[in-house]
Design a protein around this ligand. Structure first.
Ligand code: FEO
Length: 400
């Protein structure tokens, strides 16, 4: 299916309504996704920007042929080598061999490494451009580590359209192509989840890249990312959101994440929540059983929080695996300026709280209480009171 975006740009991507996991099984995509590919026609030259994921290659090519004779594609731009955008290149280039593929030098490595093909690569750097005729140009901007070493943006002069690939995207399948037509809560739920789970480790680079692009003083009428909707109404709204999200973002929220075997750690979690509420009336408190909740949704809530409280009973001198996995993901995401606290029940050896404290510190959280809260067996009234006190200490530490 093709949709005309304006006189020169046509969307020729694939909307994937079924997708529920991405990056293998690593990332949940409750609302599906899209792989956005764009055909840009100048008066003299035609460019295809990115393709779609390999399972849809045949469908992509069949649809593309309805839109254009493939031989009329003069150039291909691969803004990023990840397979959700490059996966149809092998089939496409079998049909139009020799067509130049513009990408960064890191893009050459990633495409060669994945497909083992020696295509007609044209490595580009920031400021390089291709002329499409009548003064219309496609200008390249390297965007290293946003989010791969090979990532780049390109900008269409005249139409003032930025193609930033993954940046500003969302895993969000919709028949509406534009930001102003979709449910704004859904759109921002997916945009922040995407940022929190994929771009958080690169926040400093996000800020620097946005400042670099803004410093070029280019007008931006539309932002066409590689996933989700096109930002045409107030397109800079998502750029400004990214600047907020990249700047140690936090809302007035605390997230309590726990796992539990026989309900002791759950009861403690709820008592800690009550204690936080007593000491801090305005903070938004959210509780998640890590084993029963979507990991990426929890990560998004952690991203929004100023502090997290993590609980697990002790099992085999360790913690329950949902908590080990979650704290490991948090460590990789390198959250900044957030506080943390640990709690958990035990029956005999009781190592879990000390282990969680270590995991939180390794993940960059500042401990609110160096000891944490350990409870022997199922919490009794005295232990519940300790949870309330612990919660009050956390609530006070997160006030203001
Ligand atoms: Fe959407 Fe990094 O690929």
């Amino acid at each position: 299916m093709a949709f005309k975006i304006n006189d020169s740009v046509t969307w020729v991507g694939k909307t994937d309504w079924e997708l529920r996991r991405f990056h293998g099984e690593e990332l949940s995509t409750h609302r599906g996704s899209s792989y956005n590919s764009y055909l840009v026609r100048g008066s003299e030259k035609t460019v295809l920007i990115d393709t779609v994921w390999r399972p849809f290659a045949a469908e992509f090519l069949a649809d593309l042929k309805k839109e254009i004779d493939l031989k009329d594609i003069d150039y291909i731009v691969a803004n990023h080598g990840e397979t959700d955008h490059s996966g149809s290149l092998p089939e496409l280039l079998r049909e139009i061999p020799g067509t130049p593929v513009y990408c960064t030098s890191a893009g050459v490595k990633s495409l060669r490494g994945q497909y083992h093909e020696d295509w007609n690569f044209k490595p580009v750097k920031t400021g390089d451009k291709i002329d499409l005729g009548d003064g219309k140009e496609l200008v390249f901007v390297e965007a290293k580590m946003l989010h791969w070493p090979d990532s780049m943006f390109c900008y269409l002069t005249g139409d003032s359209i930025l193609f930033p690939n993954d940046a500003f995207g969302q895993h969000y399948a919709t028949e509406y192509l534009f930001n102003d037509l979709v449910d704004q809560n859904e759109l921002y739920d997916e945009a922040i989840k995407y940022y929190a789970n994929i771009l958080t480790p690169f926040s400093k680079l996000v800020t620097a890249k946005i400042k670099e692009v803004v410093g070029m003083n280019l007008p931006v009428d539309m932002i066409c990312p590689s996933h989700g909707v096109i930002w045409r109404k107030d397109p800079l709204q998502i750029v400004n959101k990214y600047l907020e999200w990249a700047d140690n973002y936090q809302e007035n929220q605390v997230t309590i994440v726990y796992d539990t075997m026989w309900d002791g750690t759950r009861k403690a979690a709820e008592a800690i929540a009550a204690g936080i509420k007593e000491a801090n009336k305005t903070i938004n408190i959210k509780l998640f059983n890590a084993a029963r909740s979507d990991t990426n949704d929890i990560i998004t809530e952690i991203f929004k929080s100023k502090g997290i409280v993590v609980g697990s009973p002790t099992i085999n001198k360790g913690v329950l695996h949902s908590i080990a996995a979650l704290t490991d993901i948090a460590k990789g995401l390198n959250f900044q300026a957030k506080k943390g606290a640990a709690f958990g029940c035990y029956g005999w050896s009781g190592e879990s709280v000390k282990i969680i404290n270590g995991l939180l510190e390794e993940a960059g959280f500042e401990l609110i209480n160096n000891e944490g809260l350990r409870m022997l067996w199922n919490p009794d009234e005295e232990a519940i009171n300790k949870c309330l006190q612990f919660g009050k200490e956390i609530g006070s530490a997160l006030a203001g």
